[in-house]
Design a binder for this molecule. Structure first.
Ligand code: AMP
Length: 321
C-alpha cells in the first residue's frame, strides 16, 4: 500500500513544474531536515523544476541548509507538499501561495484528511524516516547533503533512538542510508548537538527548578525574565525537554514557557507512561501519544492542563503499580 503511495507521490512530483515544501511553525530538526532534504532531492532529480522550501528560518538550524523566501510570484498552480505537520493551521509560510494540490508526508496521528495524497505513518520515528524510505522506493535522487539531513532528522526526532517510536524498521532504514550514502555520520552530530555555554547554564536552571509532584508529574514555568537572564529564546526549552527523560519516579514532564512576543504560553509535554496528546488537544495542542505540545494565551488553561496531567499520572500509577 505505502509502496503505491510513494509511487503516486513521485508521479505528482514529476508532473508539477512548481513545487513548494512547507512544514510546521516553530520547527524542530525533523521538520526542517525533512523539507530541505526533499527539496534538494527533487532539485537533484529534476533540475528544471522550481522547488522552494519555505517557512520562518531558525538561525541554529542554518547548518541543515538555507530556506527559500515565500516569494510565489511565478509559482502559480504549484504542488504543495507539507511535511511533519498534520493540519493546515500549523503550516508555516504559505499564506500567499495559490496551490493546486496538496501532498502530506507525516508521522503525527490525525483523523483529518487535508491532502490529495497522504503518506502518513504514525509508527514512524520521524518524517525523515518516511522520506528516506520514499527515496529508496522511487527514482528520487540522494546525494551526501540529502542523506546527511535525513540522517539527522531521524536521529533527532527519535532522540538518538531512545523514543519508543524507534523500531527495527528505523534501524533497517538507517543501515541502508549509511551503506548507500557513505556519509561521515559521526561528524554530523555537531550540527545537532553543539550549543553555547549560556544554554548549558539554562539547562542547569531547568534541572534546579523543576517541580516534582507526588503523582509523577514534573513541571516548570519559565518566565520571559528568566529567558532574558540566560540569553535564550522561547525555542530553547523545546530543544531541552527530551533531556529530562528517565528521571526515576517521573512519568510526565512539562515545560511551560511564556512567549512574550505572541502573548501566549508555549507548552512542551513528554511522557513515559500516560497518553498525553488527548490532554494537549483540550488546550489548543496535540502531537504524539508521548510527545505533545500546546499553545494558549489563557493562564487558566495552564492550571487546568497541569491538573489534567497530574490526574493522568495518578490514574496511570493506579493501573500499573
Ligand atoms: P514540541 O514539544 O514542540 O517538540 O512538540 C511535540 C509534538 O507536539 C510535535 O509533534 C508537535 O508537532 C506537536 N505540537 C506541539 N505544539 C502543538 C500545537 N500547538 N498543536 C498541535 N500539535 C502540537
Amino acid at each position: 500500500m505505502a509502496w503505491d503511495i510513494d509511487k503516486k507521490i513521485y508521479k505528482k512530483i514529476k508532473k508539477y513544474k512548481n513545487i513548494v515544501i512547507a512544514r510546521h511553525i516553530g520547527p524542530d530538526p525533523d521538520a526542517i531536515a525533512s523539507q530541505i532534504a526533499l527539496r534538494d532531492s527533487i532539485r537533484l532529480t529534476f533540475p528544471q523544476k522550481k522547488v522552494l522550501a519555505v517557512g520562518a528560518g531558525v538561525s541554529k538550524f542554518k547548518k541543515f541548509g538555507l530556506l527559500d523566501k515565500s516569494d510565489f510570484s511565478d509559482m502559480k498552480d504549484a504542488l504543495l507538499i507539507i511535511t511533519d505537520v498534520p493540519t493546515m493551521e500549523r503550516v508555516d509560510g504559505i499564506e500567499d501561495l495559490q496551490y493546486k494540490e496538496i501532498i502530506k508526508i507525516d508521522h503525527h496521528p490525525c483523523d483529518q484528511k487535508v491532502a490529495t495524497i497522504e503518506l502518513v505513518d504514525e509508527s514512524a520515528s520521524s518524517t525523515c524516516q518516511i522520506i528516506t524510505e520514499m527515496l529508496f522506493k522511487t527514482n528520487l535522487m540522494m546525494d551526501q547533503q540529502v542523506a546527511g539531513n535525513l540522517f539527522l532528522g531521524i536521529v533527532s526526532d527519535s532522540d538518538r533512538f531512545l523514543i519508543s517510536y524507534t523500531s527495527v524498521k528505523t534501524f533497517q532504514i538507517i543501515t541502508k542510508l549509511l551503506e548507500r550514502s557513505k556519509i561521515d555520520f559521526v561528524n554530523l552530530y555537531e550540527k545537532l548537538y553543539e550549543r553555547p555555554i549560556n544554554e548549558i547554564k539554562f539547562h542547569g536552571y531547568l534541572a534546579q527548578n523543576l517541580q516534582f509532584q507526588e503523582s509523577g508529574l514534573a513541571y516548570i514555568k519559565i518566565s520571559p525574565e528568566v529567558l532574558k537572564e540566560f540569553g535564550v529564546d522561547t525555542a530553547t526549552p523545546s530543544n531541552m525537554i527530551n533531556d529530562f527523560n528517565y528521571i526515576k519516579d517521573v512519568l510526565v514532564w512539562t515545560f511551560i514557557t511564556y512567549d512574550e512576543k505572541n502573548e501566549q504560553y508555549k507548552v512542551n509535554i513528554r511522557s513515559r507512561g500516560p497518553i498525553i496528546n488527548e490532554i494537549a488537544s483540550r488546550y489548543h495542542g496535540g502531537g504524539h501519544k508521548f510527545a505533545s505540545g500546546a499553545r494558549t494565551s489563557e493562564k487558566e488553561d495552564i492550571e487546568n492542563l497541569l491538573k489534567d496531567l497530574d490526574q493522568a499520572c495518578q490514574e496511570y500509577k493506579k493501573v500499573n503499580e
